[in-house]
Design a binder for this molecule. Structure first.
Ligand code: NAP
Ligand code: MG
Length: 420
C-alpha cells in the first residue's frame, strides 16, 4: 500500500469516542491539563492509523463533562449517528456513581452511555477473546475461543428501580392501549426495601436469536443458550421458547448440514459445563449474564484487554468497542506523571473491526487489508514476547519483556510500517 487510503473511502465512518487511548476521556481531564490532553488523546490513532488512512469521521464527545452540559443529549445524538452512518467506534466511558458525581460536580448521576446507545440501537454484543499462543487460558481445558453473544436490549439496563422506606404494597400494573388493565401483586413491605421492574420485547429477543444463529453458522461453531427459565417462568421462559421456535423454523436444517449443534441449558448448568469444556462455541446470554460472563471469560483467556466487542443491531449497524472500562487506576498514575503499562489490544481491535466493516460496506479492499495488517502487527508484537503488565504473569514466553503503553504502541507501529 503505497499511498494513504483516501478519505473518500471513509466518507461515512463515524467515530464516537471519548478517548483514543486509555485510561480516560480527553474530555474528562481536569481543566488545567491541556498539555496532557494533547499528548493523550491521540496516541493510538496518531501512531497506528493516521499515517496510513485519511479518516473522515464524525466525533461525539461522551466525556462526563459534555454529557452533563448537554443533559446527556450527546449520547443520544451519538447513537442516532451510528444509525445513520452504519459504523461506529466507541471508547470506554464512565458510568458515574456517587463518588464520580462529586468528583466531576455532575448535575445528576447520568445513566450508562452504553445502556443508552444499546437501547437506541437494540441488538446483540458479540465478544470474542483474542488469543496469543504463549498465553494459556486460566481454565486448563479451554483450547478454543469462547465467543459470547450478549443481548444488548432491555432487562435491568432499561428497567426502573425504587427504594421504598415506608410500609406499603408493591404491584405490577399493565394498562392496555385498548382499555382495561392487568395487575399482579408483588410484595407487601413492612419496612424499607427495594423494588425493580424490567422489560423486554419479543421483537428484540427474536432479532437477538437471529444474530446468534447466523453468527454460529458463519463461524461454524456450536451455539449454547442459557437462562433461568425454571425460576423465571414468564420472562426467561419467553427467551427460551422464542429461541427454540426460531431455531426449528429457520436454522435447524442449516445447523444439521453444517454439523453444528444448538444446545439450550439452564444458566447454572451452562456455567459448570463451560468450565469443563474445551471452548470453541458461541454462548448466547441475556443482557446481565452476558455482561458478567464476558468479563469472566476474557479474564480467564488472558486479560480484559484481550477481547473484541461489537454491537450488531437488527438494522445492520455496527458499534465496535473495547470490552474493558477506562482503567481508572492507570489514568490516575498517568496524571501523576508515572509511566503506565496499559494494554492497547482491545482498542486497536475496536478500530480494526470498524475499518474492516467500513471497507466491506464500501467495497474497499485496501481499507480492509490495512485493518488486517494492523491486527497482525499487534498480534505479532505480542507473540514476540513484548507484553504489557496485565499479560506478564500469564505468559509462558521464554523471554518476555514488559513494556510501557507507549513502548508497546511504538513497537506495533514499527512492525506495521515494515509490513506495509
Ligand atoms: P476497567 O476499567 O475495565 O478496569 C478493571 C481492571 O482491569 C483495571 O483496574 C486493570 O487492572 C484491568 N484492565 C482493564 N483494561 C486493561 C487494559 N487495557 N490494560 C491493562 N489492564 C487493564 O473496569 P472498572 O475499573 O470496573 O471501571 C472503570 C471505569 O470504566 C468505570 O467508570 C466504569 O463505569 C467504566 N466502564 C466502562 C465500560 C465501557 O465503556 N464499555 C466498561 C466497563 C467499565 P489493574 O488495575 O490491576 O492493572
Ligand atoms: Mg461487564
Amino acid at each position: 500500500m503505497s499511498e494513504k487510503i483516501t478519505s473518500v473511502v471513509l466518507a461515512f465512518i463515524l467515530l464516537i469516542t471519548t478517548v483514543f487511548l486509555f485510561p480516560v476521556s480527553a474530555a474528562e481531564l481536569p481543566e488545567n491539563s491541556v498539555a496532557v490532553k494533547k499528548v493523550y488523546s491521540g496516541w493510538l490513532k496518531e501512531k497506528l492509523i493516521l499515517p496510513y488512512v485519511d479518516l473522515n469521521t464524525e466525533y461525539y464527545d461522551l466525556g462526563l463533562k459534555r454529557r452533563d452540559e448537554t443533559g446527556d443529549a450527546v449520547t443520544i445524538d451519538a447513537a442516532n449517528a451510528i444509525k445513520r452512518l452504519g459504523v461506529g467506534v466507541k471508547c470506554a466511558t464512565i458510568t458515574p456513581n456517587r463518588q464520580r458525581v462529586e468528583e466531576y460536580g455532575l448535575s445528576q448521576m447520568w445513566k450508562s452511555p452504553n445502556g443508552t446507545i444499546r437501547g437506541i440501537l437494540d441488538g446483540t454484543v458479540l465478544r470474542a477473546p483474542i488469543l496469543v499462543s504463549h498465553i494459556k487460558p486460566a481454565v486448563r481445558t479451554w483450547e478454543k475461543p469462547i465467543t459470547i453473544a450478549r443481548h444488548a436490549y432491555g432487562d435491568v439496563y432499561a428497567g426502573q428501580e425504587m427504594r421504598v422506606s415506608e410500609p406499603g404494597e408493591a404491584g405490577l400494573v399493565y394498562r392496555l392501549d385498548g382499555g382495561g388493565k392487568e395487575r399482579k401483586a408483588v410484595h407487601r413491605f413492612k419496612g424499607p426495601g427495594i423494588l425493580q421492574c424490567q422489560f423486554n420485547t419479543d421483537e428484540s429477543i427474536r432479532s437477538f436469536a437471529h444474530v446468534c444463529f447466523k453468527y454460529a453458522l458463519d463461524t461454524m461453531q456450536d451455539m449454547w443458550f442459557s437462562t433461568k427459565d425454571t425460576i423465571s417462568k414468564q420472562y426467561d421462559q419467553t427467551f427460551k421458547l422464542l429461541f427454540q421456535e426460531i431455531y426449528e423454523a429457520d436454522y435447524k436444517q442449516a445447523f444439521e448440514s453444517a454439523g453444528i449443534q444448538y444446545f439450550y441449558t439452564l444458566i447454572d448448568d451452562a456455567v459448570a459445563r463451560v468450565i469443563r469444556s474445551e471452548g470453541g462455541f458461541l454462548w448466547a446470554l441475556k443482557n446481565y449474564d452476558g455482561d458478567v460472563m464476558s468479563d469472566m471469560v476474557s479474564t480467564a483467556f488472558g486479560s480484559l484487554a484481550m477481547m473484541t466487542s461489537v454491537l450488531v443491531s437488527p438494522g445492520g449497524q455496527y458499534e465496535f468497542e473495547a470490552a474493558h472500562g477506562t482503567v481508572t487506576q492507570h489514568y490516575y498514575r498517568h496524571l501523576k506523571g508515572e509511566e503506565t503499562s496499559t494494554n492497547p489490544t482491545a482498542t486497536i481491535f475496536a478500530w480494526t473491526g470498524a475499518l474492516k466493516k467500513r471497507g466491506e460496506l464500501d467495497g474497499s479492499a485496501d481499507l480492509a487489508d490495512f485493518a488486517k495488517a494492523l491486527e497482525s502487527a499487534c498480534l505479532g508484537t505480542l507473540e514476540s514476547g513484548l507484553l504489557t503488565k496485565d499479560l506478564a504473569a500469564l505468559s509462558d514466553h521464554e523471554s518476555p519483556r514488559i513494556v510501557t503503553t507507549n513502548e508497546m504502541l511504538d513497537a506495533i507501529a514499527e512492525r506495521l510500517q515494515k509490513m506495509i
